[in-house]
Ligand binder design. Structure first.
Ligand code: CMC
Length: 435
């Protein structure tokens, strides 16, 4: 953390009115104090010392990071300094993956080598398919993914050596390469279709589409516009700093678990409807509304606080989500190929009403990345169960970049928050017959 030096202006004076004592606490870059500096504040020597109480970590930085910068008030998202708009416009997912994992954009040679490695590692051990076959026909794809990514750790026991940078790099390549294969296999299992194995000459997104949709033909005709749209969606979802699933990755990783096990945990966090499950929830909501005529009654239930408008609001973005603007444009490009998603009219009308309504304006609620992504995925033929999976594939890169950073950060140790115990005081056990 950038030290404030000895400049007395870069300190916070705290007076403890319980004791009358005064304390000086250093203020670091970005208006930050170290929570541990509060521990010196105590009423008597037996005291634990002062703590900050911050449920859901809404005002606590758990790390210093160089990966992703978000300025929620100004609607800014940058990976390693590069604006998301420029990356979505000019780059491709594997180049962005390299940027996030390695810190710099690759040279042409580095990109070619990285792309080769990713392509080379797309196959999964055949026994994983046996594991997949054990799932019920209607198993949710995300449940299958969480289990199979966790299972991969048993196929690569050397991944436990998280202190060897070369070993970490190999596991990162494996994970980025195998996620589309696992996802496509989960989908084919659900549909009762035979698995289509990876084709190394295809692009990352193209190979994924081929594994998902090829049936009865030697070559699945991949529309380059849809391939590019999926690549853009992957770029937009690649990282988003210390969100719920990334924090999970860091927390599990802080115990030095192997990256497959840690990533299975991140995926479980992403599965929740308030996080990666939101685009699925958006589609269910749009289907439930059913027609533009039903919107007024639906909006009334939101205003009454009975439910939430899924795909709106964000913990960090308070003016707009820059990913939502790019995705809205991509949606129109996809609909030119697939035809308009009939739910689009409902979504546009909800957005129009919400952007002009006091309830939403007052609470800074704007469409987030998930408001339109579900419509695109549905138009491209993905069932809703695949939506969080489509989030998890690119986010694997972000999770791994943050995991790598955490392991190299000398200030990090095993994550272990404090609690304020408010339960019963000491009491004697009562045998069951006396209760
Ligand atoms: N619809 C209606 N009201 C909302 C919504 C919403 N989507 N989101 C927040 N509010 C209200 C909330 O009721 C509260 O009102 P009041 O002050 O009257 O109690 C106020 O806005 C603040 O809400 P909050 O829950 O304190 O805000 P948060 O920062 O904890 O929540 C959120 C962030 C994303 C969980 C929330 O906005 C939400 O549940 N949105 C819907 C789910 C969603 O779209 N999630 C995807 C997030 S983007 C993907 C990602 O990056 O993971």
């Amino acid at each position: 953390m950038g030290e404030s030096g000895n400049d007395p202006r870069n300190t916070l004076s705290i007076r403890d009115n319980r004791t009358g004592r005064n304390y000086e606490v250093a203020v670091h870059e970005g208006d930050v104090i170290r929570a541990m500096d509060l521990r010196q504040i105590r009423v008597n020597d037996d005291d634990f010392g002062m703590m900050a109480y911050d449920p859901a970590f809404t005002n606590t930085a758990s790390t210093r990071s160089t990966v992703t910068e978000i300025d929620g008030d100004r609607g800014i998202l940058r990976y390693r300094g590069y604006p998301i708009e420029q990356l979505a416009e000019n780059s491709n997912f594997l180049e962005v993956a390299y940027l996030l994992l390695r810190g710099e954009l690759p040279t042409a040679d580095e990109l070619a080598e990285f792309t080769h490695h990713i392509t080379f590692h797309t196959y999964i051990h055949e026994n994983i398919t046996k594991l997949l076959n054990g799932f019920r026909y209607d198993a949710h794809a995300m449940g299958i993914m969480i289990s199979s990514v966790g299972a991969l750790s048993t196929f690569y026991p050397e991944a436990k050596d998280v202190h060897d940078p070369d070993n970490r790099w190999i596991q990162m390549i494996r994970l980025v390469a195998k996620m589309p294969t696992l996802a496509a296999f989960a989908y084919r299992h659900h549909r009762g279709l035979p698995y289509v194995y990876p084709e190394n000459q295809l692009s990352y997104a193209g190979n994924f589409l081929n594994m998902l949709y090829r049936i009865g033909v030697k070559e699945y005709p991949i529309d380059p516009r849809l391939e590019r749209a999926l690549d853009i969606l992957f770029i937009l979802h690649a990282d988003h700093e210390q969100n719920c699933s990334t924090t999970t990755m860091r927390v599990i990783g802080s115990a030095h678990a192997d990256p497959y096990s840690a990533l299975a945990g991140s995926m479980a966090a992403l599965y929740g409807p308030l996080h990666g499950g939101a685009n699925e929830a958006v589609l269910r909501m749009l289907n439930e509304i059913g027609s533009v005529d039903n919107i007024p009654a639906f909006m009334e239930s939101i205003r009454k606080g009975e439910r939430r408008l899924m795909g709106f609001g964000h913990r960090v973005y308070k003016s707009y989500d820059p990913r939502a603007s790019i995705i809205k444009k991509t949606a129109h490009e996809v609909f030119e190929v697939t035809g308009k998603n009939p739910l689009l009219d409902i979504a546009l009308e909800l957005e129009r009403i919400a952007l002009g309504e006091e309830y939403f304006v007052k609470r800074n609620l704007y469409p987030n990345v998930d408001f339109y992504s579900g419509l695109i995925y549905q138009a491209m033929g993905f069932p809703v169960e695949m939506f969080p999976v489509l989030f998890a594939i690119p986010r694997t890169v972000g999770w791994l970049a943050q995991w790598e950073e955490m392991l190299q950060d000398g200030e990090q140790k095993i994550a272990r928050p404090r609690q304020i115990y408010v339960g019963a005081g000491a009491r004697d056990f009562v045998p069951v017959e006396n209760r």
